[in-house]
Structures are given as C-alpha cells and as structure tokens.
Design a protein around this ligand. Structure first.
Ligand code: M6R
Length: 613
C-alpha cells in the first residue's frame, strides 16, 4: 500500500529518499513521486511504475529537505496526475503533501475548496489535503498550526506529511489510524518521517512512533512532537535494530523463494523460548496472561487473508487441546457486525504486519464494546497491533517482503500451537508426559520443514500440469481444510489462476459438477483420522475424470496412475501436520507463477500491508 518518506539533513537528501522509497516497494504500489526545495521553491517530480523511473528523473537534483511517496491507487486511476505529492499553488505560495489512508469526507471538502477558487487536477481524495492546507496556511502563521486546523476537518484514516515554501526549513506531519514514525540519526543530523520503520534501516539509529492525532515538526536539526492542543510532548527514543543489509534477496531469484526457504530458521527462532522442558508458561505472552489463561471461557480470533487461515487452523488445536470454544472471523466482517461479546472472552488478532486496517479496527471495536483481554500475534514488535494489545507474542520470521505470505504463516501457526498447548496446560488438560512429547515434536519441526523443502524438485515436476490452467480446486478435510484454503490463496494471488478450496465432504453438495478432465484437483491427504473419508471423496473425483494431485503422508494407499500424481511427505506429523503440508503448496504456487513470468514478489493489484479499508 502507499508509502511515505520525508526527511531533512545537512547534505543532499534526494538519494536517501529514493533509497527509502525502494525499501517501501515491497508494500505494493503503482506510481511514485518526490518534492523538494530547490532555490527556496518547491519542485515536484512524479512517475508511473517503478521507483527506478522516478530515480532517473531526480538523479541530478540537490536538496536538503524533501517528501516522497509510493502510491497504491484507491481513488482514481494509475497515472501521473493522481500520483503524490499533491501540490497547491495559489496566491504566491505553494503547499505540497503526501498522504496514506482514505479521506472519507473528501467530496464535501472538495466542493468547499472549489468555492474558494482551488482547482483540482487529480481524481484522488488526497489532493483536497494540499488545497485545504494551503487555505489554512493563509489563516495561520505556521505550517504546524495550519496542519492542526486541517486535521480537525478530516474524517477518515491518514498519515499526512507536508511542506510549504512559506516555511522553508520545515516538514510537518500528523496521523490518525495510519502509521507514521520518526527516524533520527543525531550523529549525521538527519531526521525522517516514514510510514514504515523498515524503510529507516541504515539512515536512522532511533525511532519514535507518532501517536494518534499528534503532530510532528522537523525543523532544521530539531524535531518537536505536539499533542492535539499543540502542547509540546517529550517522547522516549527507541533504538532501531534493523541491519541495513537485511533487505536482500541473497542467492534467491525472488524474496518469496528466499522466504519459503527461510522457514526452518524462522520457525526455530520463533520457538526458541519453548524448546526446554517446562517452558510452556503463560508469562511469555504477557504479565496478565496467567490470570487470563485460567479464566478465559471463549476465544474469538480476528484476522485477514493468510493470517485468517492461521486462525482457522488454530481453532482445531485450541478446541481439541485446551477445550475452549473458538470462533474465527474475517476482520472486515466482524468490524461491521453487531456481535454479542461475552465476559471472559479473549480476542486474538493475528497479523504479519500489525498494520492491517480491518484487523486493527476490529480489535479497537472489541475494546470499545468492553473486551479487556486482547492478544496480538504479530511479526513486527513496533507495530500498531502490538501497541493496542495487552497480551502479545512476536513471531520471529524476520522481515517478509514478498506480498504472498509464507514464513509469516508458518511462524504464526507455530506460535498458535504453543499458545494452544500453554492454555491446555494452564487448564490442566495436558499432563507432563504430553507436554514433553509436544515439545519434542516442536524441536523437530524446523528439520521436518527443511526436509520437505529438500523435495522441491518433485513440486517443480508438477508445474507443467498447472501453468496453462484457468481453474484449480483444492480439497482438504478437518484441520487441513484451512491449509487447502491457504494453498488456493497462494496460487491465485501470484499465478493469477482462479483457485478455490473446498472441504472435501462438501464436494457432492455442488462443486462436483465442475469436475472433468480439464480440472486439476489438489488434495491435502495426511494420514489422519479422516484419510479414509478423504479417499472416498477422491474416488468420486476420479470416477468423473478429474485429475488428482495429492500431497500425502507415508502409507497413503492410493497409487499413482495417468490421472493421479502423488507427492509423499514423511510420516504423519500429528498436530503439526498442517505446518508441513502447506510447504509444497507454497512451492507449487511460487514455481507456477514464476514459470508464467509473473512478478511473484509484487503481484498485480496487491499490497503487502493493507493499511486502508
Ligand atoms: O499483515 P497481515 O497478516 O494482517 O495481512 C493480512 C493479509 O492481507 C495477508 O495475509 C494477505 O492475504 C497475503 N497477501 C497473503 O499471502
């Protein structure tokens, strides 16, 4: 989604801004732009497509103050006029803004601004911000005061950063429901504002998260944070510990491929604290966790996309092991439903980024409705999600750049399994021997994932059966039904092949009508209690000429033939089986998309972090 970077330094900042925009590329975007002071005038440059196009345009520019943006279209087409920064020039001075989020009342504001004589060149909601700020700057004596006045007129979500040529050494920003972070390197006298702390690696030593409705001013080599009444606030600096070399593909052709192969290590890192005997203790989830785990009577899991699938898997684990009822909901649905929340409910928000607008809104709603226990599972310690939760667990997958989530998913699953075990232990549903056995299985998990990755070649042999297909059906049963859903999501988002997942028992209630020799069916077939039921479902498919592609465990009884291909993993891994069975599905989606020539890291129309509704 859109990315913001702005900065001030003693030397030329233009190349720093371009470098940061490149670090924001992973979030997904379709155009980019930059504005900076040149000879006390604001100059603006924009281009459609990659940041490298913008880089060519600004290559020789010199400025020590600038703002830059990557746009992911929401209002208005992908074109240069709709790209940020948006500029308002009138009455002898200019104001220039970059914006993430959506201004819901932009039509009303636009109508008023037109009456004041402002003319609009774009179809965006963001352009109103430039003209509105220009109008307010005429009334107030500083950019800061003007921005504060603008803020009060806005409905919607925003991180907003601005410059004005009446305030030549100043950058001002504010935010509501959208992320904005200050990066500081006092040694090099450089200060940045960004929507994503990852972009600040290598140029900032410390960061400060700007909180709701606060206002930040960078002025020369100083920064000041104000509350909504423009009182100055002192904030602690957090040391930034990203190494600048972390964002590299290394030997891999894409970030997604690298991230798939990082899973053994990512899982090991995430589980590091749980590899010892007696390590299942609620305190690792937060100081209040022991009490909450004892008292909780039901759980609601909220998430989107792949994180939602992790929640669906966790429902099986938590209900079977800890005997606590779990419902799992898509955040964008929950936030607009009139739900009834009982006391003693724990709400769990799962999000790789911790910035997904729908997930955050759903959790905030739950808080507003009186839920006190909110638990976040997230891959980013500094995220908004973690800051609004009272219990938390950080997956240690490392930065995930590929839009298609892989290592974040398997580390979420590993974390959720540990949570289910810890809850079960607190509620006396597992004994010491069970606990030891589960911990032993967890210790082996990174190796088990690595050995499936070693079998990548057998997945590659399937590419030819899928690359020319329009439709693929995924089947699973029980805890592997959400894994089938995740396989379908992976395939559709990067290969652009239409894919759907069904619980195999549902086949004869409708989708069986789709089966013929042109329809590949991928079945997740672990050797669990449901394997014989699944085999019956697969026989129904075979009888109708369907082409079967089966991810099985050792001991699976169907044999390969001209219409049936089987990849066999190791022995059935019990509760941890979903974490293993998803790996071949990730590899398949990756290789099929790659062989079609798609940009697997940045699939069309998608963004890494969905920070608007
Ligand atoms: O950052 P989050 O985990 O909250 O993101 C949720 C979804 O947007 C995300 O999982 C999305 O579905 C991925 N592209 C899936 O690969």
């Amino acid at each position: 989604m859109c990315g913001i970077i702005a900065g001030i330094k003693k030397g030329n900042i233009v190349q720093d801004l371009i470098g940061c925009l490149k670090k924001l590329e992973y979030r997904g975007y379709d155009s980019a732009g930059l504005a900076c002071f040149e000879n006390n005038r604001i100059e603006r440059y924009r281009s459609v497509g990659r940041v490298s196009e913008l880089e060519k345009i600004v290559d020789t520019k010199y400025s020590n103050i600038g703002i830059a943006h990557t746009r992911w279209a929401t209002h208005g087409k992908v074109n240069e006029l709709n790209a940020h920064p948006h500029l308002s020039i009138k009455d002898g001075f200019s104001v220039c803004v970059i914006h993430n989020g959506i201004i819901e009342n932009y039509k009303e504001l636009k109508a008023t601004l037109i009456k004041y004589g402002y003319s609009f060149e774009s179809q965006t909601d963001s352009e109103v911000l430039a003209h509105l700020l220009h109008l307010e700057r005429k009334k107030f004596s500083s950019l800061k005061e003007a921005l504060n006045s603008v803020r009060k007129k806005l409905i919607g979500a925003y991180a907003l950063v601005a410059i004005c040529d009446k305030d030549p050494n100043t950058i001002s920003g504010t935010k509501s429901s959208s992320s904005l972070v200050l990066g500081i390197d006092r040694g090099s006298h450089q200060y940045f504002l960004s929507s994503d702390p990852n972009s600040l690696s290598g140029i900032s030593t410390h960061i400060v998260f700007i909180e709701e409705l606060e206002l930040i001013c960078l002025n020369g080599s100083e920064f000041t944070i104000y509350d909504e009444n423009l009182n100055k606030i002192n904030r602690d600096l957090t040391k930034l510990d990203f190494a600048s070399d972390k964002i590299s593909r290394g030997e891999y052709a894409s970030f997604m491929q690298k991230e798939i192969h990082e899973q053994p290590n990512a899982i090991a890192m995430t589980l590091e604290n749980f590899f010892d005997e007696n390590s299942l203790t609620p305190i690792l989830f937060g100081n209040d966790a022991p009490k909450i785990f004892e008292e909780v009577e039901q759980i609601i899991i909220i998430a989107c996309g792949t994180s939602y699938h992790a929640g669906l898997v966790a429902k099986y684990w938590i209900e079977e092991l800890a005997k606590v009822h779990v419902s799992v909901e898509i955040a964008s649905e929950f936030r607009y439903r009139k739900s009834v929340l009982k006391n003693k409910t724990l709400m769990i928000g799962i999000s790789q980024s911790g910035e997904t607008a729908d997930t955050l809104a759903a959790l905030k709603l739950a808080r507003k409705l009186g839920l006190e226990w909110i638990f976040g599972i997230c891959n980013v310690q500094e995220s908004t999600l973690i800051r609004i939760c009272n219990l938390s667990f950080i997956t240690r997958a490392g930065l995930e750049i590929g839009v298609a989530s892989t290592k974040a998913f398997t580390t979420q699953l590993a974390s959720l399994f540990v949570f289910a075990l810890t809850l079960a232990k607190t509620k006396n549903h597992i004994n010491t021997q069970n606990e030891r056995n589960f911990l032993k299985q967890l210790r082996h998990l990174p190796n088990a994932v690595a050995s499936i990755l070693n079998g990548e070649m057998s997945v590659k042999n399937w590419i030819k059966y899928f690359e020319s297909k329009q439709n693929v059906l995924f089947l699973g049963r029980g805890i592997h039904y959400p894994i089938a859903m995740e396989g379908a999501l992976k395939l559709k988002e990067i290969s652009y092949i239409h894919a759907e997942a069904y619980a195999a028992g549902e086949l004869k209630h409708g989708p069986l009508a789709l089966i013929d020799e042109s329809m590949p069916i991928i079945a997740i077939a672990p050797n669990d209690d449901l394997v014989n039921k699944l085999k019956n479902n697969l026989e129904e498919v075979k009888a109708r000429g369907g082409r079967l592609f089966i991810i099985a465990d050792q001991g699976f009884e169907l044999r390969e033939d001209s219409c049936t291909k089987i990849i066999t993993l190791g022995d059935h891994a019990g509760f941890l089986s979903p974490i293993l069975h998803v790996i071949p599905l990730q590899l398949l989606a990756y290789h099929v998309a790659n062989s079609k020539g798609n940009d697997v890291d940045k699939p069309r129309n998608l963004a890494k972090s969905v920070t608007v509704e």
